[in-house]
Design a protein around this ligand. Structure first.
Ligand code: NAP
Length: 236
């Protein structure tokens, strides 16, 4: 079988690292793209030593839209799958939208056009339950993720006739550096390895939306059905 390459944008995210290791463990070679090149090089060496796969490191900044195409084209051999994992909960309004929404959409439009032309591939986008309904505690981040979730839904429809799967991942609370300062309830919090296992089990299976811990599907089902006249009074 010819070599299978996965491209990971935001490859330094703790979830992305776990996903890359999960795929590498199954024999996939990995394109690692993000800003912190030293961290990427360390993980690249780790993947090669532990799993004996090939890797390549690429500089990628989600906010540098004009460079996305060049970065993607530099990924040789061409990837069979793409994971978009970068994200941020901090920064001002332009930063939150630029990274979590515009950057993700911009790079995936380039990937989608390529996969469409090649008639092959799968796409995994890490969105968030925060996008299921805007809440006062994180609605800027949440609205960017809501936009990303809607984007992935439209992309899934667009690419379906070409046999290309698009998986939306809603991890729920996950123990990563993003949430290191938060006191998260253990029972509702996934590990990056759990996210990676769930993603691995879902790709290529025509799954659409993945809630990593099933409890989050129920919680969000409840939250989206609370009438607005009650919802606006809650402090969620
Ligand atoms: N942790 C959670 O509870 C949780 C829950 C739901 C959804 N999510 C989403 O899941 C994804 C992964 O999150 P995580 O918790 O694994 O994150 P993380 O460990 O905090 O890592 C986030 C990564 O995003 C990258 N990043 C930030 N700004 C970037 C930019 N402008 N360009 C390129 N890369 C950039 C950083 O890369 P560099 O290190 O290279 O700068 C960083 O390593 C994110 O989309 C996040 O929004 C997280």
């Amino acid at each position: 079988m010819s070599e299978r390459w996965l491209a990971v944008f935001g490859a330094n995210s703790d979830m992305a690292v776990a996903c890359a290791r999960r795929f590498a463990c199954e024999g996939w070679s990995i394109h690692l793209a993000s800003r912190d090149l030293a961290a990427l090089e360390r993980e690249s060496a780790n993947l090669t030593v532990r799993f004996g796969v090939n890797t390549a490191v690429h500089y990628f900044d989600a906010r540098e839209y004009a460079d996305h195409e060049t970065c993607y084209r530099s990924m040789q051999p061409e990837p069979r799958g793409v994971l978009v994992a970068f994200g941020t909960m901090s920064g001002d309004v332009p930063e939150l939208i630029a990274v979590n929404f515009t950057g993700a959409v911009n790079v995936l439009e380039i990937v989608a056009a390529d996969f469409e032309k090649r008639g092959t591939g799968f796409i995994v986008g890490i969105s968030s339950v925060a996008g299921d309904r805007g809440r006062q505690s994180n609605y800027l981040y949440g609205s960017a993720k809501a936009g990303f979730t809607a984007y992935l839904s439209g992309l899934r429809q667009r690419l379906y006739p070409h046999g290309i799967d698009v998986l939306t991942v809603k991890p729920g609370f996950t123990a990563t550096k993003m949430t290191a300062d938060l006191d998260l309830p253990v029972a509702m919090t996934a590990t990056p390895a759990e996210v990676a296992d769930a993603v691995w089990r879902s790709v290529g299976k025509r799954r659409h939306v993945l809630y990593v811990k099933a409890i989050w599907r129920l919680i969000m089902l409840g939250i989206i059905h609370v009438p607005e006249c009650i919802f606006k009074r809650l402090r969620l």
